[in-house]
Design a protein around this ligand. Structure first.
Ligand code: MN
Length: 228
């Protein structure tokens, strides 16, 4: 096959303990998945209606790389999230089988132009410019399921310039990972290479150029990012 323009390199993420990388197909995100964050945003949680949005695969920033402060915002926010990487997909997935599709877990940042998101919410407009901008998805290397899996007691943490800004146990999630996979698979055919950002707890706040971020999923995954 030849193409009329140069084809981009596929986006990929390192895998802990492997020389091979995880190729990213799509990035799905769930909103309002921790009640303390929904509350701080002035939102209520509707268990019957999960909020999903997407980011392009090439929004990924890998561990140790810089995330440029994006244009067109004066209020860039961090949202630390556990990320699930799928080895297999499907449609109409039974939540009881969903965990068997998971390749591994990582920790990521759903970087958000909060000012543009607030405008979009006010006007009933899409969130793309608030959520799906370039470099909006820093993510750690992926911990394979065979090398360790998170539990409800596993902690998700974010330090900014050495100060703890966000912290939660994973069992505070409103929709569990199997439920998220099942809900998404009713809307999309999930496939190998898809990443799912699983929502953020309370404590989101503004970032500035020069901020150093350390995100952790206990001992399973760690992400260093500099906002530049
Ligand atoms: Mn988020």
């Amino acid at each position: 096959m030849t193409y009329v323009i140069a084809t981009p390199e596929p986006t990929s993420v390192p895998v802990i303990g492997s020389d091979s990388r995880f190729p990213v197909r799509r990035i799905f995100c769930i909103g309002r998945n921790y009640s303390d964050h929904a509350k701080e945003m002035g939102s209520t949680v509707d268990r019957s209606n999960p909020v999903f949005f997407t980011k392009p695969a090439d929004a990924v920033v890998t561990d140790g790389a810089n995330a440029p402060y994006p244009p067109a915002t004066a209020n860039l926010h961090h949202e630390v999230e556990m990320v699930v990487a799928l080895a297999r997909g499907g449609t109409g997935i039974d939540p009881h089988h969903a965990n068997t599709l998971i390749f591994g877990h990582a920790v990521g940042l759903d970087l958000t132009r909060r000012d543009l998101q607030a405008q979009a919410k006010d006007k009933g407009l899409p969130w793309d410019t608030a959520k799906a901008f370039d470099h909006s998805a820093p993510i750690s290397a992926i911990r394979r399921v065979a090398d360790g899996v998170p539990s409800g007691a596993t902690e998700l943490r974010l330090h900014v310039n050495g100060q703890l800004r966000q912290k939660t146990r994973l069992d505070a999630m409103i929709w569990s990972v199997p439920e998220i996979i099942a809900e998404l698979s009713a809307l999309f055919e999930l496939k190998a290479g898809d990443l799912i950002f699983t929502g953020t707890p309370a404590g989101v706040s503004a970032l500035q150029p020069g901020d150093t971020l350390l995100a952790e999923l206990d001992e399973l995954a760690r992400l260093h990012t500099l906002i530049c």
